[in-house]
Ligand binder design. Structure first.
Ligand code: NAD
Length: 290
């Protein structure tokens, strides 16, 4: 438990993996006096009430954010703007709005215009997740020892950012600040493009399965199993990530394709030196980061 809650009232909009994990982590560490939650689907709200997710689950987003000191937008990236428009008029002056979206530039462009003067906007992104989604998938330790990137926008009150930083640290995360476009490029390399490759690999294996029956799954080693786990992630969330981080993912995908073609050529021409040199370089990179 911390000495005192960091926020009196927190509102979570969208009650999936990230928001539910935030609730359990918040409750465990005593970081908020009261947490309200709202999700668009009646079924999700019902599930949330049944499992005790949030102190109160409301029937509208407007009701959830009323009097909240911190509002967390935890919906798919493509839905952030519409949610901000809906809650904008109901926000308390001095409140902080943050989000947990996997893409930052687009969220900033979509959300900021709907927030009234006197409300602080501190976009964020916890680098933590699983392939599961929905209100029952969260757990209190999801953010422990994981990074959370905060992406303050021009004019954000440093005190609002500092308070949000303490909140994430209370949930176990290590916090760093980053500029939005840089965030989107870094994530395109470290998360978005690898997800696309996993989706593709599993798609290819499924094509192959028609030829080899169940052998692809039966004999799959850890590498392919990891791909299938990643490829099981929520389709709505990942559709939105690629549509909203288009430029950066296309840039990285272009570079990836060039490298892949170079390796393809080396294999076709039997250029063992080229392959060995490439794999030696990648092994050195791996050894340099752990
Ligand atoms: P999720 O699918 O588990 O939950 C999303 C929730 O939002 C659901 O409850 C859904 O009903 C609700 N929702 C969708 N549209 C809505 C709307 N218009 N109004 C209100 N509620 C709405 O997703 P998640 O994994 O918790 O992801 C939430 C956000 O966190 C996304 O923006 C995602 O990019 C980001 N994120 C996800 C991960 C991950 O690995 N899952 C990691 C970091 C950040």
């Amino acid at each position: 438990m911390t000495d005192a809650p960091i926020y009196d009232k927190v509102a979570l909009i969208g009650l999936g993996l990230i928001a539910s994990s935030m609730f359990w982590a918040t409750r465990r560490a005593g970081l908020a006096g009261h947490v309200t939650g709202y999700a668009r689907s009646a079924e999700t709200r019902e599930t949330a009430r049944r499992i005790g997710l949030c102190h109160e689950v409301t029937e509208s987003a407007a009701e959830a954010v009323k009097d909240a000191d911190l509002v967390v937008l935890a919906v798919p990236v493509g839905a952030m703007g519409a949610v901000a428009e809906e809650i904008g008029p109901h926000l308390k002056p001095g409140a902080t709005v943050t989000d947990v979206g996997s893409v930052k530039r687009r969220v900033i462009d979509d959300v900021a215009p709907h927030l009234p003067e006197g409300v602080h906007f501190v976009p964020g992104h916890p680098l933590a997740g699983t392939e599961h989604s929905g209100p029952e998938s969260g757990f209190s330790t999801l953010f422990e020892n994981r990074w959370c990137l905060l992406v303050p926008v021009e004019g954000t009150d440093p005190e609002a950012t500092a308070r949000l930083r303490r909140y994430w640290e209370g949930m176990g995360a290590q916090v760093e600040e980053m500029e939005p476009d840089h965030h989107d490029l870094v994530l395109a390399v470290t998360s978005h493009t690898p997800h696309l490759i996993a989706y593709t690999m599993v798609g290819v294996a499924d094509d192959l399965r028609r030829v080899t029956d169940s052998e692809v799954i039966k004999y799959s080693a850890a590498g392919f199993r990891d791909f299938t786990r990643i490829a099981a992630s929520d389709p709505t969330m990942w559709r939105d990530v690629f549509l909203t981080n288009k430029d950066a993912t296309l840039e990285i995908l272009g570079r990836f394709t060039e490298e892949l073609f170079a390796l393809q050529r080396a294999i076709r021409t039997g250029d063992g030196d080229e392959l060995h040199a490439y794999f030696t370089r990648t092994r050195a990179i791996r050894r340099g980061i752990i």
